[in-house]
Design a protein. Structure first.
Length: 267
């Protein structure tokens, strides 16, 4: 099976423009994310899928100059961009990792992908998000190319095209859905925010990098982050006002498999 990890990235952002180019340990956030994904044992095929817009020429240049593959596609139909990137690179298994997760733990990536591979005859889609238990920002979704193609052919709702995978995980009667829960038994999905959408998120993530990243040992773990937050709780307070905020809040009246307990509805 050819596994492709696809990271969708664009320079524009309604809440925090240019966030993927903001510096973390002297390199753009996107490159720090790719550094962490590259520590996965499944990192042979990493593709950055950006848009065809001229403003994203900088992303193509950045990733190409550092040896990563780049695909350019539709600016707003992320399902279309994801599918066409996977098709171009001949993927049998497609992994979706968001570009706003620069603290993602490579061991979490490996755990979700390994579970899919070991149960490939049982599942069309496996993630650690339905329901989520890991700290927000450790998002991994794995699917067969055929499931992605079926979604691409049939998804019609705006949020299904914008968020790539809801057509799949919203239909457990049509697709075989698997989920990985945090092996600790804890659930920090609504309490710990390791993703970036707001200025405070960047401040939080930058502080974590300042504390934990080093050239000699660049891949700090989820446990390292949690130990840091326990030792210095003031760091966690930086973006705590956004803990639990995610895109689900805009579509609770449409989503069938997501409850109001899985998102904060107000910012």
């Amino acid at each position: 099976m050819k596994i492709a990890i696809i990271v969708q990235a664009r320079s524009g952002s309604s809440r925090l423009p240019g966030k993927i180019l903001m510096p973390l340990a002297s390199e753009p956030l996107l490159l720090r994310l790719l550094e962490r994904i590259s520590a996965s044992k499944y990192s042979e095929n990493i593709i950055v899928a950006t848009t065809e817009e001229a403003t994203d020429d900088v992303i193509e240049e950045l990733v190409s100059n550092t040896g990563y593959a780049c695909f350019r596609g539709h600016p707003t139909d992320l399902l279309d961009r994801h599918y066409k990137a996977a098709k171009e690179f001949g993927a049998d298994v497609v992994v979706k990792i968001p570009s706003d997760c620069p603290l993602i733990d490579p061991e979490v990536i490996d755990r979700v992908i390994t579970y899919y591979i070991e149960n490939v005859e049982k599942f069309d889609f496996v993630s650690n998000l339905h329901p989520a238990t890991y700290p927000d920002g450790n998002d991994v979704e794995v699917m067969s190319f055929q499931a992605l193609k079926t979604s691409w052919l049939n998804a019609a709702k705006d949020y299904e095209r914008e968020h790539t995978t809801p057509f799949i995980w919203e239909q457990p009667d049509r697709f075989r859905i698997g989920n990985i829960e945090w092996e600790t038994g804890r659930n920090y999905a609504m309490s710990h925010r390791f993703t970036i959408d707001y200025c405070e998120d960047y401040e939080f993530i930058a502080r974590v990098y300042d504390e934990l990243w080093s050239a000699e040992d660049p891949i700090f773990s989820l446990d390292d982050i949690l130990q840091l937050l326990e030792a210095k709780p003031e760091i966690m307070q930086i973006n705590s006002m956004y803990a639990g905020v995610n895109w689900y809040r805009h579509h609770l009246n449409e989503l069938q498999t997501v409850t109001a307990n899985e998102t904060r509805q107000q910012v």
